[in-house]
Design a protein around this ligand. Sequence first.
Ligand SMILES: Cc1cc2nc3c(=O)[nH]c(=O)nc-3n(C[C@H](O)[C@H](O)[C@H](O)COP(=O)(O)OP(=O)(O)OC[C@H]3O[C@@H](n4cnc5c(N)ncnc54)[C@H](O)[C@@H]3O)c2cc1C
Length: 341
Amino acid sequence: MLTLISAMSSNMEIYNTFGIPATADRYLVVEEESQLRGMLSSGQLVSPYLILGGGSNVVFTKHFPGTIIHLENKGIRMLEETPGQGDVLVESAAGEVWDDFVRHCVAQGWYGVENLAAIPGTVGAAPVQNVGAYGVEAKDIVYRVRAFEIATGVERVFTNEECQFAYRNSVFKGALKNRYIIWSVVFRLHKQFTPNLQYKALLEALQAAGIEQPTPQQLADIITDFRWRKLPRPEEMGSAGSFFKNPVVSVAQFEELRSAYPDIVAYPISEGYKLAAGWLIERAGWKGRSLGRCGVYDKQALVLVNHGGCTGAEVVALADAVAQDVHKLFGVTLEKEAIII
Ligand SMILES: Cc1cc2nc3c(=O)[nH]c(=O)nc-3n(C[C@H](O)[C@H](O)[C@H](O)COP(=O)(O)OP(=O)(O)OC[C@H]3O[C@@H](n4cnc5c(N)ncnc54)[C@H](O)[C@@H]3O)c2cc1C
């Protein structure tokens, strides 16, 4: 017997921050581990499957002809203190809202996650694309991930290394895409607060606020405020945040680009240079422009936005047009960060 925690009719719309009308054959909400185990062992799940958290990194382009699984499991607890090292292992259920988790950690005196404040979505999705902001990525703090294979129901624990974290990527977005349900994540955090202020714009925002040595709370607040000045709030304008990844090019290609465009924005990394995709899009003339009801955000060219009634097909058409022009101008390929469904 399939444990149907909650089922929606196929006409019901599924929440996503882009605000795109989306439907699926089945939509299951799971709150308890026993329900999940029962559901997986029943062998009656209708494929294809899609695990959906807060819907903040997806673009629905059509009706989903299968089962959407949405986790609503809750709970955050400290598992262990590692004496001498000042670290704590903190476990969070996948269904927790990411920002609630960040705020809870700050309040408890568990540090290292403050720079990731206000990223939309859930804890379970954070390892999937190795969420990152202001010089910190999930890979820096994820200790292990507990997940269930959908096809077999078998539980598996992934170490940080086994997650194969990379820039906005992991094994869950690659080889094991849609194969595992992440049920909980253990983070390694610190009891000693050492603010990570390596991101220049963040340092400037703190200076502008007259703060030299921020408390963890102040740091999370400043980051939250800073983010929402640059990004559209989902309740006001639909988007999936940064739509493209910042492309990585070789040193030789970067030098060539820099001689043609001396003001190009780029950061040196071990593989060469990471180019600011927003700068490329802006220089290709797309900032603030629209195609149909989908547009390039006028405050940040890396973000595609829903101007009202936009469909997934319109988002993809705009993304392709932008990527094509960037390639024509710079010879650089833009890869989508958002997941097209
Ligand atoms: C305004 C805005 C700003 C953003 N800023 C940032 C940012 O600064 N940095 C950043 O990295 N991202 C950012 N994002 C993108 C997004 O917030 C993150 O990717 C987030 O982790 C997605 O969480 P979600 O729960 O909404 O996942 P969803 O969009 O629901 O799903 C994303 C992917 O994860 C999979 N998934 C979700 N939950 C699970 C689970 N429990 N088990 C297995 N797979 C799962 C889904 O199948 C899908 O492939 C932003 C988005 C918006 C709208």
